[in-house]
Design a protein around this ligand. Structure first.
Ligand code: SF4
Length: 379
């Protein structure tokens, strides 16, 4: 398949691995963060880390939408279904994110019994709008999560609902922003003060960058002197990005390079950006799992679309809830720990019974390690 097969070619991978070994200076160590869960998945699935020399280390970042969703936001969604009797629609992975009291949306569904509430999996925001149109007697709430990639479709759904005059549709908006999370990592005490998370550069997200373009990362290259290479999600994309990062470090450069030029431009998708700006505005602060409150890191609906804002419609307040005591998701999302550092990884916490969010989605670091590397991790 075009753009897939040629980026999974084993012979080319061997050549790239040799080139990386040749370019990596044996007298220095390289630490690169792959921001995005899609890259974490690719690195684990294709064994990319095994092809790297010992002095090149990859650090998982917080770019998995399900992983960074804090318990308090899932609790809000559960309350809407259990207490307000709404039909809560969301993506499949979201249903399994652990919340308070041992619940998840999936487990809450079993508690609904004969109440009027419902919890449904949808494939898109458009499915939620269609459900609201079909069931005018029900209040339908779309639990919208994700980075810049999934935000434009939510904006389309809200505009469509407005155009249709749908009085029974609203959105619980938990869309978050990539550049704010990168800034939060770079400003974290572990990176800035203690140096316990050494960072020499970033692999920039693929899908997110198709929307926002490569320009927003220029700030990190210029202000923090951290190279960024935007890369696609195939193994050769990732390997080429690592090679480019090593080369930048060796040459003392800190620039934004775009390995994923088949889909990403400097300006990004301007039409989608305008659409998002029309419907959403910045929140002053938003809690992320692992990163705590991050200023200006998430979106809410503008007042022109307030009728479709579930937080306003149902007067939802937000309560922050700490993670499970044994769960290390927060430290993993900050790059401080690895999944195998968690005492309950692969025993109490598995993809079938996730205790923390990083074990839920295939893009989560714990799920990726469990699926593709747990035996190796404990060898
Ligand atoms: S293994 Fe489970 S409990 Fe441990 S850090 Fe990962 S998701 Fe959290």
């Amino acid at each position: 398949m075009k753009y897939i097969d040629e980026f999974r070619d084993g012979e080319v991978a061997r050549g790239l691995a040799a080139a990386i070994r040749a370019e990596a200076d044996p007298d220095r160590r390289y630490h690169f963060m792959e921001f995005c869960g899609g890259h974490t998945h690719a690195i684990s699935r294709y064994g990319v880390a095994d092809l790297l020399p010992a002095n090149v280390r990859m650090i998982h970042g917080p770019g998995c939408p399900v992983c960074v969703l804090p318990i308090g936001r899932v609790d809000q969604a559960i309350r809407l279904a259990l207490d307000e009797g709404v039909t809560l629609c969301t993506y499949g992975d979201c249903l399994r994110v652990p919340a308070s009291d041992g619940l998840s949306l999936l487990k809450a569904k079993a508690r609904l019994g004969g109440t009027s509430g419902d919890i449904r999996m949808v494939y898109s925001s458009a499915d939620a709008v269609a459900h609201a149109r079909k069931h005018p007697e029900k209040q339908v709430v779309f639990f919208a999560i994700g980075f810049e990639t999934t935000t434009p479709p939510t904006a389309v759904a809200i505009k469509q609902a407005q155009a249709l005059g749908l009085a029974n549709f609203s959105v619980l908006c938990c869309h978050v922003l990539t550049p704010s999370a990168i800034a939060s990592i770079l400003e974290s005490p572990e990176v800035r003060r203690y140096g316990t998370v050494p960072l020499d550069g970033f692999i920039g997200p693929a899908h997110v960058s198709t929307i926002i373009g490569s320009r927003p990362y220029e700030f990190f290259a210029e202000e923090y002197r951290k190279p960024v290479v935007i890369a696609g999600f195939e193994p050769l994309d990732v390997m080429l990005a690592i090679r480019l990062l090593i080369r930048q470090v060796n040459e003392g450069r800190a620039e934004v390079e775009n390995e994923f030029s088949r889909a990403v431009s400097r300006a990004g998708n301007v039409k989608a950006q305008h659409l998002v700006a029309e419907v959403f505005e910045l929140r002053r602060a938003f809690e992320w799992r692992g990163l705590n409150l991050v200023p200006y890191s998430a979106l809410r609906l503008r007042k022109e679309f307030a009728d479709f804002d579930a937080e306003r419609r149902f007067h939802l307040d937000y309560r922050s809830v700490p993670d499970h005591k044994a769960c290390e998701c927060g430290a993993i999302l900050r790059g401080v720990k690895q999944p195998q550092d968690c005492k309950i990884f692969g025993t109490v916490c598995t993809p079938e019974n996730p205790v923390g969010s990083c074990m839920v989605s295939s893009e989560g670091a714990c799920a990726a390690h469990y699926t593709y590397g747990r035996y190796k991790d404990f060898a």
